[in-house]
Design a protein around this ligand. Structure first.
Ligand code: GDP
Ligand code: MG
Length: 162
């Protein structure tokens, strides 16, 4: 069985964009509207000659309506299967209640976790990533999934932890 990297985080932080970037092609649906990726998507990826599976867990809200609960259940299954969790946040905004609630769930799952500070499109945004130390998931790893900034370094880090 290939190692599994689960990409989790609240809607609209850029999980699907990151999955496309990690996999090297467009596989996940990127949407302006939050929470659109309903179906769990597992895609094989390769980096530096090593193969692994990337899991896009879709929108994940700790509470809410039935659909949200279902999406959340998918994410929790993803967490349980993961050899490594990429917890994605959006540095263009301050940590939200949803981020904090999910960070608690991720910590409770006890899987090795990397805190990915996405939308760090430039140096100033990169500094904004430090606000996410508050999640208690270690140092944020700033990337821009959209522009490919630091995503190669992130892949190196992923492999180092698999
Ligand atoms: P998901 O709901 O977490 O899967 O988020 P998506 O991947 O669908 O992205 C949500 C929105 O954020 C889209 O408009 C993306 O283009 C945008 N986005 C994703 N990554 C970045 C990034 O690194 N920088 C910026 N500026 N926008 C991004
Ligand atoms: Mg998505």
């Amino acid at each position: 069985r290939l190692p599994v990297v689960a990409v989790v985080g609240r809607p609209n932080v850029g999980k699907s964009t990151l999955v496309n970037r990690l996999v090297g092609r467009r596989v996940a649906v990127v949407e302006e509207r939050p929470g659109v990726t309903r179906d769990r998507l597992a895609v094989e990826a390769q980096w530096a000659g090593r193969r692994f599976v990337v899991l896009d867990t879709g929108g994940w809200l700790p509470r809410g309506d039935a659909l949200e609960a279902k999406v959340s259940a998918q994410a929790e299954r993803g967490l349980a299967e993961a050899d490594l969790v990429l917890f994605v946040v959006d540095v263009t905004v301050a940590p939200t209640e949803e981020d904090l609630a999910m960070a608690r769930l991720v910590r409770r799952a006890g899987r090795p976790t990397l805190l990915v500070a996405n939308k760090a499109d430039n140096d100033r945004r990169e500094l904004d990533a430090w606000a996410y130390l508050a999640l208690g998931l270690g140092d944020p790893f700033p990337v821009s999934a959209l522009h490919g900034r630091q995503t190669g370094a992130l892949l190196d880090q992923v492999l180092a932890q698999l």
